[in-house]
Ligand binder design. Structure first.
Ligand code: ADP
Length: 263
């Protein structure tokens, strides 16, 4: 499990009472759902909490081909014998790790079947292929993330799943905190970080005018990193903000104008 242990304290600035809430949920065996747009700090928060609670963190990036078997485990051929291999969820259940299923709605529907019995007071995982039912270690925790922004009716979390988790809502950090984060993570000075955050805010206001999602804290940091490396700031912002978030030339032009007005 050593590879899953976070040895150094991850840089994380709490935005509200999320640290206390997570800790209380952990102590009470409540599964957690982190809701929020991409790139706003959910993964970093999980790393921070795993460090604080001194638990290994097993993260699974869910995708449309991810099945229950991928999570639980499978038999693999080794030489002329067949060997059982625990999947990430089983590993976490056995060892008392925190299992974080990132973007859980992306996974295939059968994954839900293995998650459900872990989220109520049974805290068990049935391993059909071995014919066993494992009880989770008391230190085990299940956390999922979910972006309400791009869910369609087909890819939504069902109420029967949602209502098994307590939810912490995440959003882009407030201005002052986001500035600090951008400066810290990219190495640029506070003034430039302030300008990037200002651009970020203005772009986020476009969300109701055709943008699917606002620019993430992650992208502001990317712009900062390019600037720190010596890329011309306006160019860096076009590459790290305007181009990634939309392919629509009109919207890109409007974003370029915002960038030019601020830098
Ligand atoms: P998500 O998991 O929501 O997609 P991440 O956790 O990867 O997003 O966040 C993107 C980046 O933003 C992180 O790598 C981190 O540098 C930064 N970040 C966001 N919020 C915070 C915060 N509150 N404290 C420190 N860094 C943060």
């Amino acid at each position: 499990m050593e590879e899953y242990v976070i040895e150094n304290e991850p840089y994380y600035i709490p935005v509200g009472s999320e640290v206390e809430i997570f800790t209380a949920a952990y102590r009470n065996h409540l599964p957690i759902n982190l809701k929020g747009p991409t790139g706003c700090g959910k993964t970093r928060f999980m790393e921070y909490m795993a460090y604080k609670l001194k638990r290994p963190l097993i993260t699974v990036a869910c995708h449309e081909d991810l099945t229950a078997t991928d999570l639980v485990g499978r038999f693999l051929i080794k030489g002329d014998s067949v060997e059982w291999n625990d999947g990430p969820l089983t590993k976490a259940v056995k060892s008392g790790a925190i299992c974080y299923l990132d973007e859980v709605v992306e996974a295939r529907k059968d994954t839900i079947v293995v998650i459900h019995p872990l989220t109520d007071n049974r805290r068990i995982i049935p391993i059909d292929k071995l014919g066993v039912i494992l009880k989770a270690s008391s230190e085990f925790m299940l956390a999922i993330s979910y972006n309400p922004g791009y869910q369609s009716a087909v890819k939504d979390l069902k109420q029967s799943t949602r209502q098994r988790f307590v939810s912490i809502e995440f959003d882009y950090p407030p201005t002052e905190i986001e500035k600090q984060i951008v400066a810290h993570e990219s190495g640029i000075d506070d003034r430039m970080a302030g300008s990037l955050v200002e651009i970020g805010h203005r772009i986020r206001n476009f969300k109701h005018h055709g943008l699917e999602e606002g620019v993430s804290t992650r992208l502001l940091i990317y712009a900062g990193k390019l600037i720190h490396e010596g890329i011309e700031p306006k160019e860096a912002c076009r590459i790290a903000m305007a181009r990634p978030i939309t392919d629509n030339p009109d919207l890109q032009k409007s974003i370029d104008e915002i960038i030019a007005a601020i830098l």
